[in-house]
Write a protein that binds this ligand. Structure first.
Ligand code: CA
Length: 704
């Protein structure tokens, strides 16, 4: 029935097909190969993470246009029953039902026309999984297939949920229990196989991508991205080849190379593309003493969909030391290059260079910087290799290096969009540097990051003037990029460095949310700002557009957090809107909805006990803080505006209460686990002394 309907849609009533709201004859999420492959013929639906297998995130809908977008209003909103943490999900909309995820891997099914909840699914991720997530307890969405939706959970499970009832069908552990893998990315489904990778390269894991049978959860294939211990033999030729590019005993620290976000699929070539992340630890000299490219770190890898067998790879940053993941969104498109139509794959990864490659062969077609880049002199198109600036290799020189971009990336996971109408790629750019200080070792922490880079030495300076300069240097913008000419066509300046993903539509529109708490529509061809809505939360996620009963909608999930949101401390707080109410907001023409007024908030006063610790204790406390606390609670205990403000907590006054949390794990369910495995009572006291000191300092500043 579904197949017949699908064919009818293609042949006859393309527009009406999009308005399908799922009659009684249809099971929920009745998605199959035919529908996913022909997803462009169902513009009303958004059936997979990037809408179509080529992941273009372009909506052919054109009811909402640059001429009438001023009439866009709030149709409905849905409050996410999740923590006030980063929300990074791209919703799916299938036959009138929206499937969206929230922090802690929760899944929600909502009527896409009314916002009325159909079901909610809580995988009950243990709070202890929290510290394994480098960059907040986020989730980027579900995949759907034949009546089920699939979510990867922060603690490494892949769960199939009945799309009609919201009940679990099966669940498999995709990672070794007790390991420090996390899943934050959205699965994809290709030919009945659910594909999922994971994160954890900051913690010391070995990256892989695996495929599971959608009906049973049984693993079909699994491919690692970096070689294991050669003494155990290699899983395949690709691993054997990769091992020649590593030195020392890299497998002991995992190697990294996690597949934590991007995938794309070409049904004609039957090739799956996935992006591979940074090395573990970050510093090459510690990871692979003696050098080497360390394949397949920071690479785009192409594999056969049926088996996972290696086809080709392109490494963006050989032997990297800067957390330059190549896990960012990849888009497949056909472009006119040099008078020929080329089937390409495009990526704008963290390292600041926009790559265009032939997706059948992996041939590099162009590589142009899209922001200030100081780690490389440029990419040689013949060899595909970047020229590396010697000073950038801080692990080898032993001298700190302020790299542009930093570990947050010139462009991170926030999805891009390619419009086949304007032939432009739209994506958010972050213009920030980061001081990389070489650490002495990459000792394996059970709870902290294992990257080798010294965050304490590179922490925020105390001088308020220098801090103000740093703040002024933090910028971001939305860019429209011509991938053929390799140049910027327009940009919209943004207040903050860390902003939302993008959708473009056939209505000559680009939508993006930002950290200032705005959801904005721009003209796709010129960048003119046309419309905005106050979201009551910073935005990281990407919007979608869909249609139900003949009306076009635009939807965005809002809620702030993520890597920069947590780790940057006051640089984060000062660049995002103070309120952080997690919701899905849905808009249509002529709607007049309004969000409820913001609830009143009362900040706890600064009320630290006497700041009596010795300078030596404070130095030690600061170093401990930047080893164990700063990646979540923010640089220099300056408060990121997302998690509780440690400077104002009453726990500061009470050693026993502080230890109850830090050592006994009283707040484990919220992700604040016991640090007893690495922090003893004396160390806990030094951290408390440092936070008391910071509280006292900031109280003094506030009083002036
Ligand atoms: Ca990373």
């Amino acid at each position: 029935m579904k197949r017949i309907l699908g064919l009818t849609c293609v042949a006859l009533v393309v527009a009406a097909c999009g308005s399908q709201s799922g009659g009684a004859a249809h099971r929920a999420a009745a998605v199959n190969t035919a529908r996913l492959t022909a997803a462009d013929s169902e513009p009303g639906n958004w059936m997979s993470h990037g809408r179509t297998y080529d992941e273009q995130r372009f909506s052919p809908l054109k009811q909402i246009t640059a001429d009438n977008v001023s009439q866009l209003g709030l149709a409905w909103s849905y409050d996410l029953d999740t923590a006030h943490r980063g929300q990074e999900s791209t919703p799916l909309v299938i036959d009138g039902v929206m499937y969206v995820t929230g922090a802690w891997s929760k899944v929600f099914a909502v009527d896409a026309k009314t916002g009325v909840q159909k079901w909610a699914f809580d995988p009950k991720v243990p709070g202890a999984a929290g510290p394994n997530a480098c960059c907040d307890v986020v989730n980027r969405g579900v995949a759907a297939w034949e009546g089920k939706v699939f979510v990867g959970t922060l603690d490494g499970r892949l769960i199939a949920i009945d799309a009609e009832t919201g009940k679990q069908v099966w669940s498999v552990a995709t990672t070794r229990p007790g390991s420090r893998y996390t899943i934050t990315g959205a699965p994809r489904v290709v030919d009945g196989k659910v594909l999922i990778g994971n994160g954890g390269a900051e913690m010391g894991v070995r990256g892989f991508l695996a495929a599971f049978d959608a009906n049973t959860g049984k693993e079909v294939w699994k491919v690692y991205t970096v070689p294991g211990d050669p003494a155990n033999g290699f899983e395949n030729k690709a691993m054997e080849k990769a091992a020649a590019t590593w030195k020392g005993e890299w497998w002991k620290s995992g190697g990294g190379g996690t597949v934590w976000d991007s995938m794309a699929y070409d049904p004609k070539l039957d090739i799956i593309y996935f992006g591979v992340g940074n090395g573990s630890p970050w510093i090459k000299k510690l990871r692979s003493p003696g050098g080497g490219d360390n394949l397949y770190l920071c690479s785009i890898v192409a594999v056969k969909a049926k088996t996972g067998e290696y086809v080709w790879h392109y490494q963006t940053t050989p032997g990297e030391s800067w957390d330059y993941d190549a896990t960012q969104h990849m888009i497949l498109a056909d472009l006119e290059i040099g008078g020929k139509t080329r089937s390409v794959i495009m990526q704008a990864p963290k390292n600041g260079i926009f790559y265009v490659l032939d997706r059948a062969t992996g041939e590099l077609l162009s590589a142009n910087p899209f922001t200030t880049v100081n780690w490389t002199t440029g990419v040689d198109l013949k060899t595909g290799r970047p020229g590396e600036v010697a000073a950038a290799d801080y692990g080898t020189t032993g001298i700190p290096f302020v790299a542009m971009p930093g570990p947050g990336g010139a462009h991170n996971w926030q999805p891009m969009s390619f419009s086949p109408l304007t032939k432009l790629v739209y994506f958010p750019v972050t213009d920030t540097g980061f001081p990389y200080f070489p650490g002495k070792d990459s000792k394996t922490h059970e709870l902290a990051w294992n990257v080798g880079t010294d965050f304490n030495a590179g922490s925020l300076p105390e001088d308020p003037k220098i801090k103000a300069q740093l703040r002024a240097g933090l910028k971001g913008h939305l860019v429209a990029w011509d991938p053929v000419q390799g140049k910027e066509v327009w940009r919209a300046e943004l207040h903050s460095p860390s902003n939302g993903g993008v959708v473009s539509t056939a209505g000559n529109l680009v939508f993006e949310g930002n950290s200032s708490g705005e959801f904005v529509a721009y003209r796709a061809d010129t960048g003119e700002r046309l419309w905005s809505f106050a979201t009551q939360a910073g935005v990281l996620a990407a919007p979608i557009s869909y249609q139900v009963d003949g009306e076009q909608y635009v939807a965005i999930e809002v809620g702030y957090g993520g890597a920069f949101g947590l780790a940057a401390g006051e640089l984060s707080r000062e660049t995002h809107v103070p309120s952080n109410l997690p919701r899905v907001l849905v808009f249509k023409l002529g709607a007049k909805g309004a969000l409820p007024p913001l609830p009143a908030t009362v900040a706890l006063p600064f009320n630290p006990p006497a700041d009596t610790a010795s300078a030596a204790t404070l130095t030690e406390g600061k170093a401990l803080y930047h080893t164990y606390c700063s990646t979540c609670h923010g640089d220099s205990a300056t408060w990121n505006g997302v998690l509780p403000d440690l400077r104002r907590t009453p726990l500061l006054k009470d050693r026993a209460a502080w230890e109850h949390v830090v050592l006994d794990g009283a707040l484990t369910e919220r992700g604040m686990v016991s640090f007893k495995a690495e922090v003893d009572s004396a160390a806990s006291e030094k951290i408390r002394a440092y936070v008391i000191h910071r509280s006292t300092e900031d109280k003094r500043v506030e009083q002036h």
